[in-house]
Each structure stands twice: as C-alpha cells, then as structure tokens.
Design a protein around this ligand. Structure first.
Ligand SMILES: Nc1ncnc2c1ncn2[C@@H]1O[C@H](COP(=O)(O)OP(=O)(O)OP(=O)(O)O)[C@@H](O)[C@H]1O
Ligand SMILES: O=C(O)C1=C[C@@H](O)[C@@H](O)[C@H](O)C1
Ligand SMILES: [Mg+2]
Length: 174
C-alpha cells in the first residue's frame, strides 16, 4: 500500500503547484483540500468565511481532510490545516507529511503576483508582506511538528519534486 503524501506549508509555498507535478511523477492521484472543499460546498473560501466565519471553515477543512485521505494520493492541504492538533496527528498517522518551506519574501512575491482572493481571504487585514511574516512566525513550528520531511520550496517546482522524491526514497531505504 502506498501511503498518502500530505503537503503542508504557508500560502503560496506551492502545495498545489508542486502537488500536481509530484502526483504525475509518482503515478498517484492529486487532491487539494481547498479545491475539494469549495467544490463540495459550491462556494469560495472567501464566501464561506464571510458568511459563516473562520471557525466554520476550519471545521469543514478537517472534514475535507478526512474525506480525501486515501492510499496512493498526493494531498495538497490548505495553509492553515496545521492549526488543529487533530489534523497534525491525523496526517502524521495516516501518511507522510512534507513541509514546503520558503522565506517570507518568496511567499509574499508569489501571493502579490497571484492573490486568488476567493481562495485566500485576508487572515489579518494587513498588507500581504506583513501578513505573511506574522502568520509564518506563528505557524512555522506547527508545520515542522507535523512534518516528516522539510524541503526548500523556494526552488523551481521540478527541483522541489525531485527533493521530495529523494527524501521519500531515503526514508524508505533506512
Ligand atoms: N516553486 C515555485 N516556483 C515559482 N512559482 C511558484 C512555485 N510554486 C508555486 N508557485 C506560484 O505561486 C503561486 C502560489 O502557488 P500555490 O497555489 O501552488 O500555493 P499553495 O501553497 O497551494 O497556496 P495555498 O495555501 O493558498 O493553497 C502560484 O501562482 C504558482 O504558480
Ligand atoms: O493559510 C490559511 O489559513 C489558508 C490558506 C488557504 O490555503 C486556504 O485554506 C484558506 O484561505 C486559509
Ligand atoms: Mg493550494
């Protein structure tokens, strides 16, 4: 049985982008909790948050995580999935968790170029660069706590995929 691979990390670290390429390389199915949730709810995340609040979104995110978890899948998660202790333990127990780690400047540049506001409503009400810095400072330890592997996500997507594959291979061999 091939364990599911969970990609975690901040908004803009490339979970969706790298996840699709990794799934292709591994011959796995690709699933994204943000996409799955929005399709199932027939609403954007911004609309869910505006109508029902972040707490409701977080509860639905945990439901999404449980629903999509299955063998032979690469699962791109939402940037805040690690806020829940339940989610962190669930991912570690059910599969292999990879933290796509990138510095604030890289994340902020990507988010400024591709804001996708429907999927990424503001978390703090602050400008992007300030928000990324503040949120990453609070979450970096949680990404690390959840992760089996940490990779440098500031590289080109193909190199990030290669680094993840190398880490998985090394772990299998040891
Ligand atoms: N390694 C990379 N190099 C250059 N650009 C990238 C890389 N990874 C992602 N990007 C770009 O950055 C933007 C954000 O990437 P992506 O949507 O994959 O991030 P994410 O981690 O899934 O974010 P979220 O937590 O909001 O779902 C995209 O427009 C994508 O093209
Ligand atoms: O970092 C976050 O808290 C979020 C990231 C996105 O992937 C979405 O899951 C949502 O906008 C929340
Ligand atoms: Mg994504």
């Amino acid at each position: 049985m091939t364990l599911p691979i969970f990609l975690v990390g901040a908004r803009g670290c490339g979970k969706t982008t790298v996840g699709q390429a990794l799934a292709l390389a591994q011959g796995c199915q690709f699933i994204d909790t943000d996409f799955w949730l929005q399709e199932t709810a027939q609403q954007t995340i911004a609309d869910i948050v505006a109508r029902d609040g972040w707490e409701t979104f977080r509860a639905r995110e945990t439901d999404a995580l449980k629903a999509v978890t299955a063998p032979a899948r690469v699962i791109a998660t939402g940037g805040g999935i690690i806020l829940s202790e339940y989610n962190r333990h669930f991912m570690r127990e059910k599969g292999i968790v990879v933290y796509l780690c990138a510095p604030v400047a890289v994340l902020a540049d990507r988010l400024e170029a591709f804001p996708e506001e429907g999927q990424r409503p503001t978390l703090t009400g602050k400008p992007i660069s300030e928000e990324v810095s503040e949120v990453l400072a609070l979450r970096d330890a949680l990404y690390r706590e959840a992760a089996h592997h940490v990779v440098n996500a500031a590289q080109l997507p193909g190199q990030v995929v290669s680094d993840i594959e190398a880490a998985l291979q090394l772990a299998r061999a040891s």
